[in-house]
Design a protein around this ligand. Structure first.
Ligand code: ADP
Ligand code: MG
Length: 268
């Protein structure tokens, strides 16, 4: 169970403002599809929720189950049950996948349960790898090093299955996955959602993923602001008409459109 509350969140990177007053509340019984054009701030929002050091929160609050998480480090946020499947997962040379996941799990446990549970851990890891139809060898290779794009994405979900977070943000988990892999990954995500009543924010540009992981709400982020929310019919609308009409509705004028308009007026 988990509830995420974001209040008037502003964030920047390298002194550029990216998020400009985000207000959002998500319950664990929800699946939120976070959509928006490239560069609108979706990944930034995900990183800021997890406490990525490249981003500075200049205003606002984020609460997870009534805890102000902006005061916590990334690992403390993870231990509260928050998880991010990254758009571009990092490679960690010299650390095996097995050790990486075991370490993360150990941090949540007591010394005693750690010793007792190694066998259980190994069995669970084998099972999770099998369920994701991953190559068994990936458990003992360095984290993401020389993994294919699809293997990296499956590896994020492997971590999710092992850590069993109460709230997950999946940032373009479907990019780089073939059609069968999208289905397999989605089935695994849905299973964990059902099992633990995990809250979900799903960022994707593709309908196929949302056919498997059905959103209960669609949130549209443009230029660092939430400009529209709706049910799944909003997704169909975006699929058909793109983000342009939503931009117009929200009174957002692209720089390119503005330049074109100026050039046109100048020419008259
Ligand atoms: P999205 O995920 O919606 O495609 P991002 O959150 O990745 O968008 O990026 C939003 C904007 O912020 C982009 O213009 C991007 O170039 C910029 N940006 C993101 N991260 C950084 C960073 N660490 N430093 C500077 N600019 C950044
Ligand atoms: Mg992104």
């Amino acid at each position: 169970m988990g509830k995420l509350v974001i209040k008037d969140l502003w964030a920047s990177a390298q002194s550029t403002e990216i998020l400009k007053g985000i207000n959002l509340e998500i319950d664990s019984n929800e699946v939120v599809a976070l959509m928006g054009p490239n560069g609108s701030g979706k990944s930034t929002l995900a990183y800021v929720i997890m406490g990525h050091p490249a981003y500075k929160v200049t205003k606002g609050e984020i609460y997870y189950n009534d805890v102000n998480i902006l005061e916590l480090t990334t690992d403390e946020r993870a231990r509260l049950g928050l998880f991010l499947a990254m758009q571009n997962p990092y490679e960690i040379n010299g650390v095996t996948n097995r050790d990486f996941i075991k370490q993360a799990l150990d941090k949540r446990q007591t010394e005693k349960s750690r010793i007792v549970s190694y066998y259980k851990f190994a069995v669970k890891l084998d099972k999770a790898i099998e369920e994701l139809k991953m190559d068994k060898d990936l458990a003992d290779r360095y984290v993401n090093e020389s993994f294919s794009g699809g293997e990296k994405k499956k590896n994020e979900i492997l971590q999710m299955k092992m850590l069993e977070p109460s709230f997950s943000i999946l940032d373009e988990i479907d990019s780089g996955l073939d059609v069968d892999a999208v289905r397999i990954v989605s089935e695994n995500i849905n299973e964990l959602k059902e099992k633990n009543n995990m809250g979900l924010v799903v960022i994707s540009h593709y309908h196929r993923l949302y056919e498997y992981i059905k959103p209960t709400r669609v949130v549209v982020l443009i230029n660092g602001k939430i400009v529209k929310e709706g049910d799944s019919s909003l997704m169909d609308y975006i699929d058909k008409f793109g983000f342009d009409s939503i931009k117009k509705e929200a009174g957002i004028v692209d720089e390119v459109t503005l330049l074109e308009t100026c050039a046109f007026k100048g020419a008259k």
